[in-house]
Design a binder for this molecule. Structure first.
Ligand code: GLC
Length: 754
């Protein structure tokens, strides 16, 4: 055993010398020259703290850099170590390094759900390219993003990182992101493959999902991204899928991912994911991250006792070598460590503007000549992103007050004076529970912070009020209905008082939702004249919201998820864990065995049954005619648009080409989104009322200007998955193509007979 460990240690130690002397190499040639020990080390990453399990110092650069992981080098054969770092909203590395008097901040871009809300692949691609440039210039090789999992339930703690409840919206957004990042010559890791829909007991939860729902909902998003954008890597999920751990799902990793979808990259575990590493390698999960001696020894033993075939080992080693060979390190790229942060900030701002969703409009935009009474701590402490590996060490965050002042608005003196004092106290609070936990409600003392007298006086002196409600969430924790989905009683009381006082003076009230996922709106929205959703909009969030408030930007975002009237309307709410922790702690390891055993004791924790099947989100609400507060795809504009000339034709390659003309019929420039749904003919299986098959966003149209929009739908998107035949079927019959503003607002229809 000592020999094996010492070899592993030797590889790690020598990799330090290698990291900047990279030279290209030929993977197949190197494979033939590797020893067994070198091969296994390539499949087991550098351990999580940069050392291997025996404590020897590993890659100092990785440690200093604060990246998530690294691969081992093989110095004698010119194979460099490559570095892997998070995440979906920006590169995640340490902002400072020991002994250096400079910083390494990374741009904080809008989070995943915000990017999806743009319904604009061009904007998402631009974000990816800017983020990819920081990955390249800071010396990282693979960005551990995007997270493309389906938002099955409104309370999943990682929904902010993910894109949508719909697999086409999620897959197309992920594809654009991957194209952008990889255009910089660095890799991505499409994650978490697959069915990663809750954080409670994430390392051991068994997702029990029907074959049809698995293919139509939870794998289709990955399929679209893999086929369209070719991510360099895939990251498997922590959970089990119908009793098999994701890392050991050979049918998924080999037959489906590579055999059917044509994936040619490498597959890695999530950090600490999986239990039986030799089985994982045999199933096509090529790399174990982070590394540890026990994984190295387990795989080496399995190779020597024959439980892991040399063919399977070599197949995974070759994939890892091919991944390394395409990396900036192997190409000898010397990072400049000085990316253009100013231009990237502009990209972050444009994406933040593009993804803001206008839910209700009566007063907006506001004239900057008037004074704004800005209420709630959230207005002064804007949340730019979520917590966990999806967080970013960003250089700054523009809060809403800063943004409004920059946009030329003046603040109501009384309210401003009060909050500037109050925020000093709020920020100095040591009693506040860890802000990274979803139930931290930064503004819950806002009512105390703003006595009725101040509100009353400001209603006289201001032209409008803005109230910000904030919600944060993060990896390792799910949200709680009462604390996160519902607004806090004090929040409602604050809005009620502001609404009564300002409406009594004929003034307007705008609510800004700075949130990580859907919240309850039905019970309070009548108290607000206007409602904006700005999700977690990145470092330029306050600027972007102020640009929309002032009318400098016409909002064009659309909801990529449904907002139910109440949480229990959601079809998965009866099959989702609701654990109210008695103290701030990370309960993702809630009942994890860490030895591969699956418990079947506690519903929704040990195992979760996806009883809603394919009827996730709008597929459920529209098909079952359940009213929602705001439907999937919803979003208003400051202008109006007319749609004409809708047609759908089948092209020679089998794709459906939908065309429609969009005209700006309003008073100001704006962008519109055409959503294309299809209602399939009835079959032996229940079909949803309609399903999104594509969308297109217009360029900025001036009043009176038109654009001819085209939406191409690959033929395979129309098929449904038949579990009897274990395959996709496109039955003959009448397919209704629907041009819609959202999942419930149909504008044009036409039928195509197949
Ligand atoms: C995490 C996350 C994954 C992340 C990885 C590395 O636990 O699940 O998304 O990329 O570890 O930080």
């Amino acid at each position: 055993m000592m020999l094996r460990k010492s070899i592993f240690t030797l590889l790690v130690l020598s990799s330090t010398a290698m990291s900047h002397a990279a030279a290209s190499f030929d993977p197949a040639t190197v494979l033939r020259q590797l020893t067994d020990e070198e091969k296994v080390a390539l499949l087991v990453g550098v351990s999580s703290n940069g050392c291997n399990a025996s404590g020897d110092v590993g890659r100092l650069e990785k440690n200093a850099m604060g990246a998530a992981g690294a691969t081992h080098a093989v110095p004698r054969l010119g194979v460099p170590s490559i570095i892997l770092a998070d995440g979906p909203a920006g590169l995640r590395i340490n902002p400072t390094r020991k002994g250096e008097n400079r910083t390494y901040y990374c741009t904080g871009f809008p989070v995943g759900i915000h990017l999806a809300s743009t319904f604009n692949p061009q904007v998402v691609r631009k974000v990816g390219a800017a983020m990819g440039n920081e990955v390249l210039e800071y010396g990282v090789d693979v960005l551990l993003a995007p997270g493309v999992n389906i938002q099955r339930n409104p309370l999943c703690g990682r929904n902010f990182e993910y894109y949508s409840e719909d697999p086409v919206a999620a897959g197309l957004t992920a594809a654009a992101f991957i194209e952008g990042v990889q255009s910089q010559g660095v890799g991505t890791s499409l994650k978490h493959f697959a069915v990663n829909s809750q954080e409670v007991n994430r390392l051991a939860n068994d997702a029990i999902v029907s074959e049809r729902a698995l293919h139509e909902i939870y794998l289709r998003n990955f399929e679209i991204a893999v086929r369209k954008a070719g991510p360099w890597t895939i990251m498997t999920s922590y959970n089990y899928i119908n009793g098999t751990h994701a890392t050991e799902c050979k049918w998924m990793l080999e037959d489906l991912l590579r055999g059917q979808w044509g994936f040619e990259g490498a597959v890695m575990t999530d950090w600490g994911g999986g239990y039986r590493m030799a089985s994982a390698v045999a199933a096509g999960n090529d790399m174990i991250q982070p590394g540890a001696d026990k994984y190295y020894n387990e795989i080496l033993d399995a190779l020597h006792d024959g439980t892991l075939s040399r063919q399977d080992l070599d197949r995974s080693v070759l994939r890892v070598l091919e991944l390394v060979a395409r990396s900036p390190k192997a190409r000898g790229y010397v990072p400049g460590n000085n990316p253009d942060m100013a231009s990237h900030a502009q990209v972050a701002l444009e994406a933040a503007q593009e993804g803001i969703v206008l839910l209700k409009r009566n007063a907006l935009p506001l004239a900057s000549s008037g004074k704004i009474a800005l209420f709630a701590v959230g207005s002064y402490d804007f949340i730019a992103g979520g917590t966990g590996s999806g967080d970013v060490h960003r250089p700054y965050v523009v809060n809403l007050q800063d943004g409004l002042k920059k946009a030329g608005f003046s603040m109501d003196e009384g309210v401003d004076a009060f909050y500037s004092e109050y925020m000093k106290e709020e920020r100095s609070r040591t009693d506040v529970i860890n802000k990274s936990l979803p139930w931290y409600v930064p503004h819950e003392r806002a009512l105390e912070a703003c006595p009725a007298g101040v509100i009353k006086a400001s209603a006289q002196t201001s032209s409008a009020a803005i109230v910000t409600f904030s919600r944060i969430s993060g990896e390792g924790k799910d949200r709680i209905e009462g604390m996160d989905f519902e607004l806090d009683g004090r929040e409602i009381q604050l809005l009620k008082t502001v609404s009564e006082e300002f409406h009594a003076c004929g003034k307007k009230v705008v609510v800004v939702l700075n949130i990580c996922g859907a919240v309850q709106t039905a019970s309070w929205r009548d108290m607000a004249d206007d409602i904006l959703v700005c999700w977690l909009p990145g470092q330029e969030g306050g600027t972007a919201v102020a640009d929309v408030v002032s009318g400098r930007v016409n909002p064009s975002g659309r909801l990529p998820i449904s907002f139910p009237m109440k949480y229990t309307d959601d079809p998965s709410s009866s099959d989702f864990p609701q654990i109210i922790p008695d103290k701030p702690f990370n309960y993702s390891h809630y009942r994890n065995f860490r030895d591969g055993r699956i418990r079947r004791d506690i519903k929704d924790i040990d195992y979760t049954e996806y009883k809603e099947d394919i009827f996730v989100g709008y597929r459920y609400y529209v098909t079952r005619d359940v009213e929602v507060a705001y439907p999937f795809g919803y979003g208003q504009s400051y202008t109006t648009f007319a749609w004409d000339g809708f047609s759908v034709k089948k092209s020679d390659d089998g794709a459906f080409v939908a065309k429609i003309k969009v005209t700006n019929t309003g008073e100001c420039s704006g962008k519109d989104v055409v959503q294309l749904y299809v209602k399939a003919p009835s079959s032996s299986l229940e079909m949803p009322a309609r399903e999104l098959k594509g969308y297109a966003k217009t360029p900025l149209l001036a009043p009176g200007e038109s654009a001819e929009m085209e939406i191409d739908v690959p033929e395979e998107y129309i098929a449904y998955y038949d579990p009897q035949r274990h395959g996709w079927i496109t039955p003959k019959g009448k397919y209704t193509f629907i041009a819609a503003r959202d999942a419930v607002t149909i504008v044009r229809k036409c039928t195509v007979c197949m």
